[in-house]
Design a binder for this molecule. Structure first.
Ligand code: NDP
Length: 493
């Protein structure tokens, strides 16, 4: 299917334009990149291939909008964010369709998770900003009063990945706007469509011109120019660890504020005393939801030895029931991977697993879907590994591939869980409260789920340790990141 569009009265294959100063515009260079429908492996639209000139244009718009937006009352800012949330909700069907087409994820998932969560992000921060307060410290006996201002930073940059496109884009934009900043934001070039559509909704919600500027394009061009811009003083980034390293190197000499949400290699620790049926059902999701392309997916499954063979049999049986198919089919559980290069990368790890002595228990093959023969489909894959140090257990694969391995003691489970360079999240399955406390405290991660997975309260801090990033998003943590504190000390007689 080819989506057509029109610009200046000319009809053509849909062009995904930049949204700068409240208006859609073509990239200054006039260059375009192909945008693929992963379910078919076909180009279906063109994306603005923006560069430093477009970033500068967006920066100037954001700079001009800052004095007014940062002085807009909290009530008005909040109302605009709530209006955007409502508009996202009203457009659930078309946004979910666009997300699914662009990313390859099942339409049912985009409808149930991605788009509702994008709306919740705006609604949450629209409310949170009305409750955001700062501290006062009275120096008793010294006739001195301190109060802390939390002021917006100015023009800030937000860069998001392709796996949960609108969900993660809005997770950054909403708090940044709520706190009174103006923005230059870049979605992933792999999934630009819903960020493009968001521009129009922001205009409809009455967001003033220049407050949010969305620049499309590649990481090395538009993304790099955004990070390197000397007057964009804070960067909130979600993406791969390697890109995060590069961004840190660019930003550090300019002393930019950085929030980095990076890769993961999350362990699932399954103890024999867990609620088995619930664990099995949730582990299926934590392994393969969104084709395993969620930074929080549990990709290393460690199972207590006494439960191991039962789990192995039941898990394989369950995974074999998952249907790989076109994202728009109602009964599809696993859609297409996001791109051909990504599919090839994930597949290469399956080959590597075999070389490393891993045993493919199920899956491992590409899937041809009738009517979508060139789409990027892969079977959900379980690999039994025998050494936690093997590369498939140490490197992020970010696809529908999990490993399983037994452990004998709690100490061994913890040691294997922590023996990796990443530290984003972990899932623990046990009914023992003492173990819950002991293990949760010792896991080297930013988030621990016990007897659940991906259970998110937006007030809680979100982020990782080690190579999974620095800083925390969520709740007041995000509002703190997007503001500068200033202490005002008053001496009185
Ligand atoms: P990338 O790091 O490749 O890209 C993320 C974003 O950064 C994209 O918008 C990309 O643009 C841009 N980018 C790439 N190079 C640069 C650069 N030099 N300067 C500035 N921006 C740049 O990640 P993916 O999109 O492949 O996303 C998958 C990764 O994201 C996985 O590692 C996953 O674990 C991680 N992730 C982490 C989460 C967390 O909360 N910790 C949540 C979700 C994902 P473009 O796409 O156009 O190249």
């Amino acid at each position: 299917m080819i989506i057509t569009g029109s610009f200046n009265g000319i009809n053509y294959m849909k062009k995904i334009l930049n949204y700068i100063n409240g208006e859609y515009c073509e990239p200054i260079s006039g260059a375009w990149i192909d945008n693929f429908d992963p379910s078919k492996g076909e180009v279906y639209s063109k994306i603005a291939d923006s560069n430093a000139e477009d970033i500068e244009k967006a920066y100037q718009a954001a700079k001009a909008a800052f004095p007014s937006w940062s002085n807009t009352t909290i009530e008005k800012r909040s109302n605009i964010l709530l209006k955007i949330a409502s508009l996202i909700e009203e457009n659930l069907d078309s946004l979910a369709y666009a997300e699914s087409l662009d990313n390859g994820k099942p339409l049912s998932l985009a409808k149930a998770v991605d788009i509702p969560r994008a709306s919740s992000n705006f609604r949450f921060f629209g409310h949170a900003i009305t409750q955001f307060a700062s501290e006062a410290h009275e120096s008793v006996g010294l006739n001195t009063m301190n109060f802390t201002l939390r002021q917006p930073i100015g023009v800030v940059g937000c860069i998001s990945p392709w796996n949960l496109p609108l969900y993660l884009f809005t997770w950054k934009i909403a708090p940044a706007l709520a706190a009174g900043n103006t923005l230059v934001a870049k979605p992933s070039e792999v999934t630009p469509m819903t960020a493009y559509l968001l521009g129009d909704l922001c205009t409809k919600a009455g967001l003033p011109k220049g407050v949010l500027n969305i620049v499309q394009g590649t990481g090395p061009s538009a993304g790099q120019a955004l990070v390197a811009h000397p007057n964009i003083k804070a960067i909130s980034f979600t993406g791969g660890t390697k890109t995060g390293e590069h961004i840190s190197r660019t930003a550090a000499p300019m002393f930019k504020k950085l929030s980095l949400e990076l890769g993961g290699k999350n362990p699932n620790l399954i103890f024999a005393d867990c609620n088995y049926d619930l664990m099995l059902e949730v582990t299926l999701k934590s392994s393969f939801a969104n084709q395993g392309q969620i930074c929080l997916c549990g990709s290393r499954i460690f199972v207590e030895k006494s439960l191991y063979s039962t789990f192995k049999n039941d898990f394989v049986k369950k995974v074999r029931t998952l249907k790989v198919g076109n994202p728009f089919d109602k009964d599809t559980n696993i859609g297409a991977l996001v791109s051909k290069p990504h599919l090839e990368k994930v597949k290469s790890y399956i080959e590597l697993a075999k070389e490393e002595g891993g045993k493919i228990l199920c899956g491992g093959n590409l899937v041809t879907v009738e009517g979508s023969e060139n789409g990027y489909y892969l079977e959900p894959t379980i690999i039994e590994v025998f050494d936690n140090q093997c590369r498939v257990n140490q490197e992020e694969i970010f696809g529908p591939v999990v490993t399983i391995m037994p452990f004998e003691t709690e100490e061994e489970a913890l040691q294997m869980a922590n023996n990796v360079k990443y530290g984003l999240s972990a899932t623990l399955w046990t009914s023992n409260i003492d173990r819950t406390m002991r293990v949760s405290k010792q896991l080297e991660v930013g988030i621990v789920w016990v007897n659940t997975w991906l259970n998110r309260d937006l007030r809680t801090p979100f982020g990782g340790v080690k190579n999974s990033g620095i800083g925390r998003e969520g709740g007041f943590e995000a509002l703190k990141f997007f503001t500068e504190t200033k202490n005002v000390c008053i001496k009185y007689e």
